[in-house]
Design a protein. Structure first.
Length: 242
């Protein structure tokens, strides 16, 4: 594994306990329904879709989509996150598969999935263009990618704390974790790009049939500032058709 990926995995291992707690709280809040609406809007027709949740973390999207009856596989680079995802799914009696796997190198045959979903992942990837190419490889012709992300590389975590609500997750991170995250971001080329225009350019270059940007996702999802789930960054949505 590349050194930067070891750093990334180590960082998320350190955050896995608090991250899992927050995802469980999110699943029990109105956020689950808000995100489910966003996902449903972008999904293609089909009662049972085969879905890959890339960078699943603790399985938030996987649980939501599996509860709809879809066949979901969640992958993540960090073993601790996958263990938490399995635990959360089991607690909710949800059937989903979870595997430790590199998002840039999904180990599946060509054309395996109808849909690929992702949330807050692309900004953490050392080789995002390569990742997009691999996601398209494992996606069926006419399949859909739903990628929700933000320009997190422009965010100064230590500098942002004062304007965040007390309950916000970043206020429960140690200074060391905040500094580690900022250090990682500076090493990733994607965080020097203008997004999501960079993503659109790459996806069109890769030959996608259609790329649509929704810049207003964050206005529909993050309406309450006094919330532990509040995100001050303008989250966008990308809907891509292969």
């Amino acid at each position: 594994m590349e050194e930067i990926k070891k750093e990334i995995s180590s960082y998320w291992t350190g955050r896995s306990e608090d991250f899992a707690r927050l995802r469980e709280e999110e699943l029990n809040s109105e956020m689950a329904e808000l995100w489910l609406r966003e996902l449903k809007k972008g999904l293609p027709e089909g009662e049972t879709l085969r879905i890959l949740d890339v960078g699943t973390g603790c399985g938030f999207f996987s649980v939501l989509l599996a509860k709809l009856g879809h066949q979901v596989t969640g992958i993540d680079l960090t073993p601790a996150m996958i263990e938490k995802a399995k635990m959360i799914a089991d607690e909710r009696d949800v059937q989903a598969d979870f595997e430790v796997m590199d998002a840039e190198h999904p180990d599946f045959p060509d054309g395996t999935f109808d849909v690929i979903v992702s949330r807050n992942l692309t900004w953490t990837l050392p080789h995002p263009a390569e990742a997009y190419g691999e996601w398209l490889r494992v996606l069926k012709d006419g399949g859909v990618i739903l990628n929700f992300d933000a320009d997190y590389g422009k965010e100064d975590l230590l500098g942002e704390l004062e304007r965040l609500p007390e309950e916000h997750a970043h206020n429960h991170m140690s200074c060391g974790q905040l500094e580690e995250c900022d250090k990682i971001k500076k090493q990733l080329m994607i965080n020097g790009m203008s997004r999501p225009s960079w993503d659109v350019e790459i996806l069109k270059h890769l030959g996608c049939a259609e790329v649509t940007v929704d810049p207003d996702v964050y206005q529909r999802i993050y309406r309450e500032e006094n919330s532990p789930f509040y995100n001050p960054m303008p989250v966008f949505g990308l809907r891509v058709i292969k």
